[in-house]
Ligand binder design. Structure first.
Ligand SMILES: [Cu+2]
Length: 365
């Protein structure tokens, strides 16, 4: 593609953002209203084929949806009223119920390109993000065919909230289930046990937001947990996340990336067992295949994250599952960056990610 086309896309995005009032006040939001939600879109086999991001901006919802590996052409796309995506039923994804409230969940059709990718940023004022999170939840469903000629669902994603900010009381309640007197314990994680949505805000491109999927890599021990005075200390030695390829508008594609702990620096999560307060100190290195960040395929990521223990479950046999919600943020400042050899406008990229993960604490010596 040529550069003028590329800029055309971003000018359009800028106009869209401004018209949405994304940068204006949030005065129209009710207090404590849920304003952000994400969905990981999977095909009928459960393979991840995309993601969706919803944000409440005043009375409007801004939606960004991107897909890979879907059949080319226009596809009907709706928010359905139940948060369940079961691809094994006939027809697939009937578990998601009908379109959200009197067709309020109808979205513009998604155009999938010949290479199987699609990207859409759109707006609607026919529902609020908070409504997506009612008791039975909601899903985004992509169908075969256009609205007028619609077939079965081919892809579906359950809409879920982003992790709330750290909640000390919830942490305390959860940690009360852990046998602190039996420390230390090994900490391990199953492959895919931690899943997150990465949102990149490209400041140099008018603040456009791109959504990506992040999943924990190989299974196995990732560290241990010890006690230092009033602190429960998780020492992490090996955590890897796989970042799925990210499509940018205009046909640019950031290939698969990994985010790993920096082996040269300790990474810890400490929890005060009296107050429930969590203190994180993590150091990450992100490595790309076809992206150069300031001429390097790797870049150190800062980490200002808040974490919350959502649940501790006794698995029996001296093993406990600890479910951790993490809201992560990093600012990447770049002099230069290229995708597939093409130079991108330099500037800051704000990366935020929401992780929902299950770690296993094993007290067997
Ligand atoms: Cu539908």
């Amino acid at each position: 593609m040529n550069r003028s086309k590329f800029w055309g896309v971003f000018c359009l995005a800028w106009v869209l953002l401004m018209s949405l009032g994304v940068f204006s006040s949030h005065a129209l939001l009710a207090q404590d209203e849920i304003v952000n939600a994400v969905a990981t879109v999977q095909d009928t086999q459960g393979v991840i084929v995309g993601s969706a991001f919803f944000t409440q901006a005043g009375n409007n919802v801004w939606a960004v949806i991107q897909v890979n590996n879907l059949p080319p052409g226009f596809h009907a796309m709706h928010v359905h009223g139940i948060g369940q995506c079961d691809g094994s039923t006939t027809p697939p994804f009937s578990s998601a119920g009908g379109v959200l409230g009197d067709d309020a969940g109808e979205l513009p059709e998604m155009l999938v390109l010949q290479d199987g990718t699609g990207y859409m940023a759109t707006t609607t004022d026919r529902f609020r993000v908070a409504e997506l999170m009612d008791d039975d939840g909601s899903s985004i469903v992509i169908h075969t065919g256009r609205n007028a000629d619609m077939g079965a669902g081919i892809a579906c994603g359950v809409v879920h909230t982003l992790a709330s900010a750290e909640t000390a009381a919830a942490n305390l309640a959860a940690i009360a289930a852990v046998p602190l007197d039996q420390l230390p314990a090994k900490v391990s994680r199953e492959e895919g046990a931690e899943h997150g949505t990465l949102v990149l805000t490209l400041q140099s491109m008018g603040g456009i937001q791109i959504v990506g999927d992040v999943r924990s890599g190989a299974a196995g021990q990732i560290g241990d947990v010890t006690r230092e005075g009033d602190m429960l200390v998780f020492n992490f030695t090996e955590i890897t996340y796989d970042v799925a390829p990210i499509n940018l508008p205009g046909g640019f594609r950031i290939g698969a990336q990994t985010i790993k702990l920096d082996p040269a620096q300790p990474s810890t999560l400490k929890m005060d067992i009296n107050t429930g307060e969590i203190f994180r100190d993590f150091h990450w290195i992100q490595t790309a295949t076809d992206v150069l960040y300031d001429d390097s395929p790797s870049i150190a990521l800062g980490d200002t994250a808040k974490a919350q223990v959502a649940e501790v479950r006794d698995l029996g046999d001296n093993r406990y599952a600890i479910r951790l919600l993490t809201h992560w943020k990093s600012l990447i400042s770049l002099e230069t960056w290229t995708i597939g050899g093409v130079t991108m406008p330099s500037g800051d990229i704000e990366a935020t990610a929401e992780f929902d993960g299950v770690y296993i604490m094993d007290f067997n010596k």
